[in-house]
Design a protein around this ligand. Structure first.
Ligand code: ZN
Length: 299
C-alpha cells in the first residue's frame, strides 16, 4: 500500500512532468505580425507552435488599398518581428509602424527576390506579386526563417526543421504547377485578369496575363481600358477571363459578355480564402488557380 505521502509525491512528480513536457505554452509564444494572409501562412508554417501570428489584411482582403485600424497598431506594438512583403505592396505600412511606436525589426520577405518591373502609362512600376512564382515563395520562407531565428535564437532548430519540411512541400508544388501549365496548349495560355497580379506566374510558367487595371488595384480601369481589352480579346482570340477573390467581379462579367470570352472562375491573387473556402493556405491557393486555368483552357 502506498502511503499518503508517497501518493502526494507521485502526483507532484506527474504534475511537474506534465509542466516541463509543454515547452511552448501560450504566454511564451513569440508574437509576430504579417501584413497579409499569404505571408501569414508562410510565417505559420515556419514558426509552428513557437509563434503567434497576427495577420493584418485577412482572407480575401486587398493589401494594396488598406486602412489600418487602432487594433492593428496594437498588434504591431506587441510584435517581436514584423513581416512585410515589400516591393511597394503595403504603402500604408510605414505610417502604421511609426504610429505603433514598435521597436521590433521589420523583415522584408522578398529580400533576395529578383523583382519584375512593368511599364504603366510610361512609368516603370515594380510588381509586388512575387509570391505567384513558387521559387520566390521559397525565398520568402528562407527570409522568414532567418528573421525568426534572429528574434528568437532559442528556437533555431525548430525554425530550421519547419522551414526545411515546408520547402520540400514547395518543391513538390513547383513540379505540380509546371506539369499542370505544361499540359495546356501554348496558344491557349493567354488570359484576362482584373489587375496585373500574375506577372511572376506568367514569367515562371509560360503564360500571358492581360489586365484592364495595373499592378495595383488603387486606380480603377477606365471605360477606355475596358474597351481596349474587349477588342484585344476579339482580335487575339483570348479564350477566357478570370475573376479575382479581392476584386469586384462585375467588370470581368461585363468584359466576358461583350467579348464572347468564357468566364474562367475565381483566381486567388493577393489573398487566401477563409478556412471554409478553396484556398485557406498558399499551397491550396496555387492548387486552386492551376485547377481553374486547366478547367477553362483545356476545354
Ligand atoms: Zn495585387
Amino acid at each position: 500500500m502506498p502511503t499518503r505521502r508517497s501518493l502526494l509525491a507521485a502526483s507532484l512528480a506527474a504534475g511537474f512532468a506534465a509542466f516541463v513536457a509543454t515547452p511552448a505554452m501560450a504566454q511564451t509564444k513569440l508574437p509576430v505580425v504579417a501584413t497579409m494572409s499569404i505571408l501569414g501562412d508562410f510565417v505559420k508554417n515556419v514558426g509552428g507552435d513557437r509563434v503567434e501570428v497576427a495577420t493584418l489584411v485577412g482572407p480575401n482582403g486587398d493589401a494594396h488599398v488598406y486602412t489600418p485600424t487602432p487594433a492593428d497598431a496594437k498588434k504591431v506594438a506587441a510584435a517581436k518581428v514584423v513581416f512585410v512583403n515589400g516591393l511597394g505592396l503595403e504603402g500604408w505600412m510605414t505610417r502604421l509602424i511609426k504610429a505603433s511606436g514598435t521597436k521590433a525589426p521589420t523583415v522584408t520577405a522578398t529580400d533576395g527576390v529578383k523583382s519584375r518591373k512593368m511599364e504603366e502609362e510610361g512609368r516603370q512600376i515594380t510588381d509586388p506579386h512575387a509570391w505567384q512564382d513558387v521559387s520566390n515563395a521559397k525565398i520568402y520562407v528562407a527570409d522568414i526563417r532567418d528573421g525568426l531565428i534572429a528574434a528568437d535564437p532559442a528556437g533555431k532548430s525548430t525554425y530550421e526543421a519547419n522551414a526545411t519540411a515546408y520547402l520540400a512541400k514547395l518543391d513538390e508544388l513547383q513540379k505540380e504547377v509546371k506539369a499542370a501549365i505544361g499540359k495546356i496548349p501554348a496558344d491557349r495560355r493567354r488570359i484576362i485578369t482584373t489587375h496585373d497580379a500574375f506577372g511572376y506566374f506568367g514569367a515562371a510558367y509560360g503564360m500571358e496575363f492581360i489586365s484592364p487595371e495595373g499592378v495595383s488595384t488603387e486606380t480603377e480601369a477606365s471605360a477606355k481600358d475596358v474597351a481596349k481589352i474587349i477588342s484585344q480579346i476579339k482580335k487575339q482570340k483570348i479564350p477566357a477571363v478570370f475573376m479575382e477573390n479581392i476584386s469586384d467581379p462585375r467588370m470581368m462579367q461585363q468584359i466576358a459578355k461583350e467579348s464572347g470570352a468564357k468566364i474562367g472562375g475565381t483566381l486567388f491573387s493577393d489573398a487566401l480564402s477563409d478556412e471554409k473556402g478553396p484556398a485557406p493556405t498558399y499551397i491550396d491557393m496555387m492548387h486552386n488557380n492551376i485547377r481553374q486555368f486547366s478547367a477553362a483552357l483545356m476545354s
